[in-house]
Design a protein around this ligand. Structure first.
Ligand code: ATP
Length: 315
């Protein structure tokens, strides 16, 4: 089935006869495989009499041989529940970090607090990098914001100059979500631990009814299809560079750069903390990456994984 997909990925018409010859199977076997492709991977395929079959949109499939930079070993999975969940299982099984897992789709992609990350086949990036961290709370300080910065830089370099950050680590274009980041930690943060750096980027996705907030993709913003292997190569390079700077100089050295890229700097916001809502104006972040808000005329500092920032409707 995947060989067939590779033949169709250019989005052009291919006759049933040609596909059958290329795969060494009959035309009716081709037809069966096409139906499987549609049903299993939810990929619409057009059939036109006299011309053959065509994917509704071309695909840029992942290919390890086209991903450059040898910072960490890379493996591409076809389908997985969640790249983060699989990475955690592999850490548990004793796999040596660093390593990177990519998948063409996730059947149970996850966001923060158990929320779902929509992950259709072949369109976006589902990226989980596992790092081993030794003896360093300092190395964890602000780490998820550092990842946001590296992702944003890669996106800007790939032709989305309007990409910016929302505390703690979403990447947006205006109010539309382009990428999400989920860091998960196992082990003892004060001694040896592993961090799974999960990054979901909407790359070539053009439509979905499943995302329940404003979203966008690189393709929608730039108007053209993006080579996902080139994006992985660049993302690897930027993450490697920012992790290095973070390890060497600490988060404080990146604080200014982060604030400059914060789309909601000086904006009136609501900070949602469980059932509590705090109204304030964003002042920036501190040297550990915590949010600084002006609340009732005073500066207050907030941090923790349970916090969500919302722009106030009147802003
Ligand atoms: P925050 O709590 O920081 O405001 P969030 O509410 O956006 O973030 P996340 O955990 O970062 O939550 O992401 C999960 C949410 O993102 C989902 O509840 C859904 O609204 C949205 N979402 C799911 N899939 C996608 C996607 N592919 N692209 C953009 N947004 C998505």
């Amino acid at each position: 089935m995947l060989t067939l997909l590779k033949l169709l990925k250019d989005g052009k018409f291919h006759s049933g006869q040609d596909l059958g010859v290329a795969l060494g199977i009959s035309r009716s076997a081709v037809w069966k495989q096409l139906q499987l492709l549609q049903a299993e991977l939810n990929l619409p395929i057009h059939k036109v009499r006299g011309r053959g079959y065509q994917l509704a949109a071309p695909l840029s499939l992942l290919d390890v041989t086209q991903i450059q930079g040898g910072y960490w070993p890379v493996q591409v999975l076809d389908s997985v529940d969640s790249t983060n969940a699989e990475a955690l299982r592999r850490v548990d099984d004793g796999c040596q970090a660093p390593f990177l897992l990519l998948a063409e789709r996730q059947t149970a992609g996850r966001g923060r607090r158990g929320r779902k990350w929509v992950s259709p086949y072949g369109e976006n990036l589902y990226y989980s990098l596992v790092l081993r961290i030794e003896g360093g709370m300092r190395q964890l300080e602000g780490l998820s914001l550092v990842v946001g910065l590296a992702v944003m830089r890669a996106l800007r370099e790939m032709g989305i100059p309007q990409a910016g950050l929302k505390w703690p680590n979403d990447v947006l274009v205006e109010r539309r979500k382009l990428a999400g980041i989920l860091l998960e930690l196992v082990g003892d943060p004060a001694d040896v631990c592993h961090v799974v750096v999960g990054v979901g980027i909407n790359v070539n996705m053009q439509a979905t009814e499943e995302v329940d907030q404003q979203w966008t993709s690189m393709r929608l913003e730039s108007g053209h299809m993006v080579d996902r292997n080139a994006l992985v190569t660049l993302l690897n390079a930027r993450l490697h560079e920012y992790f290095d700077r973070h390890r060497r100089d600490g988060f404080a050295a990146l604080q200014g750069e982060w604030e400059q890229s914060h789309l909601w700097q000086n904006r009136p916001v609501t900070l949602v903390a469980g059932a509590n809502q705090i109204q304030g104006v964003v002042l920036g972040i501190d040297a550990q990456g915590a949010l600084r808000l002006q609340v009732d005329g005073q500066e207050r500092v907030y941090s923790g994984g349970e916090l969500s920032l919302r722009l106030r409707d009147d802003s």
